[in-house]
Design a protein around this ligand. Sequence first.
Ligand code: ZN
Length: 138
Amino acid sequence: MLDDLYREQILDRYKHPRFRGPLDDPDARYEDENPLCGDRVVVYLKFDADGKAQARFEGEGCAISMAAADLLMEYATGQTADALRSLTKDDVLDLIGLRLSPARLKCALLPYKALKAALYGLEADPGADASATEGAAA
Ligand code: ZN
């Protein structure tokens, strides 16, 4: 029963994402792919003067990867970079709420991986466009 609720949430997020769309002049941007499923996610992060994040995503893929991205960006918005660095895979799976097969786990955690990589880029070179280092990181 609980699974049905979460499944509805996933489909709703997939069809009507709240946090989709690029950010102008982001502090960090990272693109990652899940070749097993064909998912692609771009994460954008921008921090205000208080260090609180604005988070958005773009991309395409299955319902799980896109819904996970939307849920994760919602969670990330208003958080500090330090808080986001301490985010774990289990936190992300709690947001999604569904028990997932190993293949679906890769979909669900793709936005998380991209978020972590974006944060890493932020740390390495604050204020720089992380996309410039994307090739080196891949
Ligand atoms: Zn997928």
